[in-house]
Design a binder for this molecule. Structure first.
Ligand SMILES: NC(=O)c1ccc[n+]([C@@H]2O[C@H](COP(=O)([O-])OP(=O)(O)OC[C@H]3O[C@@H](n4cnc5c(N)ncnc54)[C@H](OP(=O)(O)O)[C@@H]3O)[C@@H](O)[C@H]2O)c1
Length: 126
């Protein structure tokens, strides 16, 4: 296995689930953190193209969804077997790394960096 799983590659994710499952020895998974992200600083509205949009979406938006989907059975297993009450990262949780750069409310730093592909891929409603 490489030193990390390519989150844009569904078969690599399937392999990662098998490896994690093997290490868990029958237990569930408490926490999935989707941290992987790519950022192309030169992607302005004038220069960005469809390939760059798709490449960035595959890692930043589709990747976390595929990871969540693939690890869901292990996360559900941990939740079922936990004695914790309510929501908790020590029960079962998914954390997705967002960015203020994807805010539709603040337009943080837009005058300095448009980074259209990144901002769209990290869209957050606040
Ligand atoms: N830095 C900031 O100011 C900031 C602010 C807000 C949010 N964030 C978010 O925080 C997260 C981490 O950012 P960072 O600044 O630490 O970025 P970073 O230093 O560039 O690290 C990104 C990591 O993602 C990995 N990665 C990229 N494409 C991947 C793929 N397809 N599959 C698996 N791993 C992949 C990279 O691995 P390789 O190096 O091996 O390619 C690298 O380890 C990102 O989601 C980013 O959007 C960062």
């Amino acid at each position: 296995m490489e030193d990390h799983t390519d989150v844009a590659n569904p078969s690599a994710i399937t392999d990662a689930v098998k490896i994690v499952e093997g290490k868990l020895n029958g237990a569930g998974l408490n926490l999935l953190i989707n941290n992987a992200g790519i950022y192309t600083p030169t992607a302005s509205l004038e220069t960005v193209d469809s390939e760059e949009m798709i490449r960035t979406y595959k890692t930043n938006a589709v990747g976390p969804m595929l990871m969540a989907q693939a690890f869901l059975p292990l996360l559900k297993k941990a939740a079922r077997e936990s004695t914790e009450k309510g929501l908790s990262c020590s029960k079962a949780a998914i954390i997705n790394m967002s960015s203020i750069g994807g805010s539709i409310a603040s337009l943080f730093g837009f005058d300095l960096m448009q980074v259209v592909s990144y901002r769209c891929s990290k869209l957050v409603p606040t």
